[in-house]
Write a protein that binds this ligand. Structure first.
Ligand SMILES: NC(=O)c1ccc[n+]([C@@H]2O[C@H](COP(=O)([O-])OP(=O)(O)OC[C@H]3O[C@@H](n4cnc5c(N)ncnc54)[C@H](OP(=O)(O)O)[C@@H]3O)[C@@H](O)[C@H]2O)c1
Length: 482
């Protein structure tokens, strides 16, 4: 009979699971049970890291027996079917009161479904978004757990012990019930997509607009990283741009195939936002830009399409680079404003009590979008928890006001010279749409009423109306059909 010596277990020992298990084992008081479907991975981990004192198990029964009650196990396997398979196996050997945590990148609606099903067995199920990749898993990720309050009592201290620490605070908070954690992780990934796309556009603009080399542009990003744009993504951009390919002596960025891959979480964010009716146009453009890049045959033929007559470098490179920096900052504010709109809408739709300021706080360390700027978001929500939009907070309103002339110059220049800037441009269009006193939506309502009798509201009186377009064009009272 195996002794129940472990206080936490990890199932799935690929890159993420093995690093997370090592992180857990390195914290005072933890003994970690480990299990992987193929036992060779378990053996490899245990042999490679004797210092961790892992308790290996070759069957689920052995794994369960090695855990103290209430048993707590974190699943780190391929998202989708494999997660369901592992849950089914764990449910057979766990008991009511035990806790199963899915730390993979699950779709939040799957987490809601799984939580409901597992709860019926009396076992707790927690979907926890874990960000930060391999390095984060090992040294401290940002963790976004959902699940019940009861699970959080046991799980909270364990997750706090392994999370990244930012300004003295662990980057983990109980986000909300059932799928809330995976929902917020999904939005995090969507923001990551647009952040990367915006940086890509800034690089492209500077390279084409000034003729500077990647190494020179690396210095610009390194400089930006000392100011309000300070963030992990700006920092690694500087690193990537200065890398020289050993085989050819060229900048590495020039020998990498320009087709961006995706694991699907950006697309999930956009699909979810469409369902919620929330414009996350920056994220959508970032996802589509990756799709466009990954159509080599189409792009090869399309290089023959005519471009603008106005090309060439800018007259004042220094001023232009500063404009691009400002445009990047303003667009980034819009990206976060849209992302937080989606969080607010998701919380409303699914009944989660999500503290927006706390979310910004736990993204300050351990995750890909970690940035100085997140403190400003926490402050904005602390000042006014029911902000209608993040960009309306005084700090962000002022930042965009300062940046907007530069932002407009950059978008105009990009359009004139044919540099694609979908995220910069769509963020600006969103900003102008948001602040507009009147929108052409009134005309759209008129068109909808014309062809489909969809009715409209009037600005000057209550009720719903329809114009008899095919009759005498008089207006009649109508039933609201949206
Ligand atoms: N990689 C990252 O940067 C990152 C960042 C955040 C979150 N995540 C998420 O973390 C999770 C783990 O990621 P990963 O890259 O370490 O691993 P992965 O490549 O996504 O998955 C491999 C693991 O899944 C197990 N597995 C696959 N099918 C299974 C099944 N039917 N039953 C039981 N186990 C099965 C594998 O076991 P075998 O060894 O037996 O094949 C292996 O342990 C994923 O959900 C991923 O999306 C990854």
């Amino acid at each position: 009979m195996t002794e129940a010596s472990a206080n936490i277990g990890v199932v799935g020992l690929a890159v993420m699971g093995s690093n997370l298990a090592r992180n857990l084992a390195s914290r005072e008081g933890n003994t970690v049970a480990v299990f992987n479907r193929s036992y060779d991975k378990t053996e490899h981990l245990v042999t490679e890291h004797p210092e961790a004192g892992f308790v290996p198990a070759s069957t689920y029964a052995e794994f369960a027996a090695s855990l103290q009650k209430p048993r707590t196990a974190i699943i780190m396997v391929k998202a989708g079917g494999p997660t369901d398979a592992v849950i089914n196996d764990l449910v057979q050997v766990f008991e009511p009161g035990d806790i199963i945590v899915d730390g993979g990148n699950a779709l939040f609606t799957d987490t809601i479904r799984r939580e409901k099903a597992v709860r019926e067995t009396g076992i707790n199920f927690v979907g926890a978004g874990i960000s930060g990749g391999e390095e984060g898993a090992l040294n401290g990720p940002s963790i976004m757990p959902g699940g019940s309050d009861e699970s959080w009592v046991t799980l909270g201290p364990i997750l706090k012990s392994i999370a990244a620490v930012a300004e003295g605070e662990p980057c983990v908070t109980h986000v909300g019930h059932d799928g809330a954690g995976h929902f917020v992780k999904m939005i995090h990934n969507g923001i990551e997509y647009v952040d990367m796309q915006l940086i890509g556009e800034a690089y492209d603009l500077i390279r084409r607009g000034t003729g500077k080399t990647p190494a020179e542009i690396s210095e610009i990003f390194a400089e930006w990283n000392r100011g309000e744009l300070e963030s992990y993504l700006i920092e690694i951009t500087a690193e990537v741009l200065k890398q020289v390919d050993a085989a050819t002596g060229k900048p590495l960025v020039d020998v990498i195939v320009d087709q961006a891959g995706a694991k699907g979480t950006g697309a999930w964010t956009v699909q979810t936002a469409l369902d919620l009716g929330i414009p996350v146009s920056g994220i959508a453009e970032a996802v589509f830009a990756r799709s466009l890049s990954s159509k080599p045959a189409q792009r090869a033929e399309a290089t023959s399409l005519p471009g603008p007559s106005s090309t060439g470098t800018v007259a004042d490179p220094e001023a232009f680079i500063e404009d691009v920096r400002q445009a990047l900052y303003a667009s980034k504010i819009i990206a976060y404003s849209q992302g937080f709109d989606a969080i607010v809408a998701g919380a409303e739709q699914y009944g989660w009590d999500i503290k927006k300021g706390d979310i910004a706080k736990i993204w300050r360390g351990g995750c890909i979008i970690r940035a100085q700027f997140l403190n400003r978001i926490t402050e904005a929500y602390a000042e006014n928890p029911s902000l209608q939009a993040l960009v309306l907070a005084p700090y962000f309103r002022d930042a965009v006001a300062t940046a907007q002339d530069a932002w407009r110059r950059v978008v105009i220049g990009a359009v004139e010279t044919g540099v694609p800037t979908p995220a910069f441009s769509s963020s600006l269009a969103y900003y102008d749409g948001l602040r507009a006193d009147r929108l052409p939506a009134a005309l759209i309502q008129g068109q909808r009423d014309f062809f489909g009798a969809h009715t409209y509201k009037r600005i000057d009186k209550e009720g719903t109306f329809h114009t008899l377009w095919s009759g005498d064009r008089s207006e009649v009272d109508a039933v609201d059909t949206h």
